[in-house]
Design a binder for this molecule. Structure first.
Ligand code: PEP
Ligand code: MN
Length: 263
């Protein structure tokens, strides 16, 4: 179902009316985690000022350590919905439990399946049973074929609105958080009609590399990027080290403008 052999033209997936794919280069931005109304709204206002059409933010966080901030849960979903109403930005948020699918569908516009859950098949079926779009992130040790088969699970369950996301893979290299696999982007664009986004925030884990890798993503044919931003990264409850400040974000938007406008 995901193959270009079956469908030659690019699929366009709409997130709350914002079209992903088909020649657009779209930016999704927001904090790693939703932390408070003040935190979320300040980031939403900042990205909105740059014309970014979609807001990201985790309410349920799959953290490596059980002692790390786990997200605000439903309270976070409520804040995402409030931010959408206040700023007109449809939202993307991660689902980690199949039983949350119905609840989350009331609050957000696009489900994110995180790298750690790419092969959580019950979760894939649960979002496949909904019609809301799904941003499917590549597992940190998943092959391209496994990513495509994970997408196949969702579509086969009845939901064709799948967006793929390259977010870096585990390699021997430790200088960056992950190794952003831009090969995968170019190859996926050949193999599948689904839109392909890049997450250079998790892909590098290094703030200064997000800008160049965003430009590289556009050059290699990605349909857009999803990046983390925070107005006070030092106080962030997750991934503060890789969060773009307002200044970083302004620079990024200026540098990728040719791609966004050309699209
Ligand atoms: C995230 O987007 O904050 C996240 C946890 O991403 P990933 O699943 O790619 O690690
Ligand atoms: Mn994060």
């Amino acid at each position: 179902l995901v193959s270009r052999e079956l469908q030659a033209h690019d699929s366009i997936v709409s997130i709350g009316g914002v079209k992903i794919g088909g020649g657009n280069f779209t930016v999704i931005a927001g904090p790693c985690s939703v932390e408070s109304e003040q935190q979320l709204f300040s980031v939403a206002e900042m990205i909105k000022g740059h014309g970014v059409p979609l807001l990201r933010g985790g309410a349920f966080k799959p953290r490596t350590s059980p002692y790390s901030f786990q997200g605000l849960g439903e309270e976070g979903l409520k804040l995402l919905k409030a931010a959408k109403q206040a700023y007109g930005l449809p939202t993307v948020s991660e689902i980690i439990d199949p039983s949350d699918a119905k609840l989350m569908a009331d609050y957000i516009d696009c489900f994110q399946i995180g790298a750690r859950n790419m092969q959580n098949f019950r979760l894939l079926e649960a979002v496949g049973a909904q019609q809301k779009p799904v941003l499917l992130k590549r597992g940190m040790s998943a092959t391209i074929e496994e990513l495509l088969l994970a997408a196949e699970y969702i579509i086969n369950a009845g939901n064709p609105n799948v967006i793929l996301c390259e977010r870096g893979i585990r390699t021997f290299e430790t200088a960056t958080r992950n190794t952003l696999d831009l090969n995968a982007v170019a190859l996926l664009k050949e193999k599948t009609h689904l839109p392909v986004l890049v997450d250079p925030s998790h892909g590098t884990g290094v703030k200064s590399l997000i800008n160049p890798l965003s430009r590289a993503s556009a050059a290699v044919g990605a349909d857009g990027i999803i990046v983390e931003a925070h107005l006070n990264p030092k106080a962030a409850l997750s991934d503060g080290h890789q969060a773009l400040t307002a200044d970083d974000f302004a620079k990024l938007m200026a540098d990728i403008k040719p791609f966004v406008q050309a699209a």
